[in-house]
Ligand binder design. Structure first.
Ligand code: ATR
Length: 279
């Protein structure tokens, strides 16, 4: 069988997904393709129903369509419903079913690296309140950690994330200045904004002078692989977790949904790192 997979978004030109899914197809001895579909936001309604998209067996959804896709779906899995956002669609006999693997991809890539990172006494700080932060918040809230606080430039967006969750997790909203000041209170700090993303490699979301040695610091930005935030954190003795690990894990989970195979993310990690470094 020839599997037809793809990604819809705008823009999609720099996506690593075709490379990752090409490798996963090979790893599982499956024949198929993974194509990019750059849809015009103003023409989404027509383009999403085009024959090229309809004939896909499954596809990923990225910015800015993760919410817009929902009216076209025949069903949503529990996580996607809870988050109100979809990053994976499977074409079934009942129609398109939507899933969201972003948050679990992050949480599992973190515990793969640091098995002790999400415990009952773990205090987490999320920096940022966009779609990525929301997905991570929902996934971590299921882990019964002690607290997940959110800091954002626009604090109202952080309040929205905390209020929409049905979880009983303890959460406080902070300004970015407060977050910087209180960094020593946290066991895990996760940078989810676009700050520091290439070509703005010099940008730093907050100063990390108050970071305690041994804190786990994660940045979901993967270009560059070691952001300025991670570099500064490393100088203060932090244990690092990288954005490309999340990217790979969420892709593997999408692939599992489409193919019902058990792909191995770790087997691809080294090759993916070389690819990102351009070697
Ligand atoms: P996505 O849905 O892809 O996560 P987004 O909704 O645009 O993207 O969210 C981007 C995040 O980066 C937000 O938390 C944003 O802060 P605001 O909510 O205040 O806009 C944050 N962000 C982007 N540029 C920033 C900057 N220069 N300084 C601080 N935060 C920034």
């Amino acid at each position: 069988m020839l599997l037809k997979l793809g990604l819809i978004g705008h823009p999609v030109g720099h996506s690593m997904s075709p490379w990752i899914h090409g490798k996963l197809l090979d790893q599982q001895n499956l024949q198929g393709s993974y194509e990019l579909f750059d849809l015009e936001p103003e023409e989404f309604d027509q383009q999403i129903q085009s024959p090229e998209i309809k004939k896909l067996d499954g596809f990923n959804v990225t910015v800015p369509f993760k919410e817009k896709i929902i009216p076209y779906l025949a069903g949503l899995d529990e996580t996607a419903k809870e988050m109100g956002a979809v990053n994976t669609v499977k074409n079934t006999s009942e129609g398109w079913i939507g899933y969201n693997t972003d948050g679990t991809g992050f949480a599992d890539s973190l515990t793969n690296d640091y098995p002790d990172s999400l415990k009952g006494n773990t205090r987490i700080l999320l920096l940022g309140s966009g779609g990525a932060s929301r997905g991570i918040f929902h996934a971590l809230a299921k882990k019964e950690v002690a607290a997940i606080d959110i800091a954002n430039r626009t604090t109202q967006r952080a309040i929205d994330i905390i209020q929409e969750g049905s979880q009983k997790i303890k959460s406080t909203v902070l300004t970015l200045d407060e977050a910087s000041e209180h960094l020593s209170k946290y066991d895990v700090v996760i940078q989810t904004t676009t700050v520091g993303m290439s070509p703005n490699d010099d940008q730093l979301i907050i100063p990390v002078d108050h970071l305690t040695k041994g804190t786990i610091v994660s940045d979901i930005v993967y270009r560059p692989m070691k952001t300025r935030f991670l570099q500064e954190a490393k100088k203060r003795g932090a244990r690092l977790h990288f954005g490309h690990q999340m990217l790979l894990q969420q892709a593997v989970y999408s692939f599992k949904i489409w193919t019902e195979t058990e792909p191995d993310a770790s087997a691809l990690l080294e090759e993916f790192e070389k690819k990102l470094k351009g070697v």
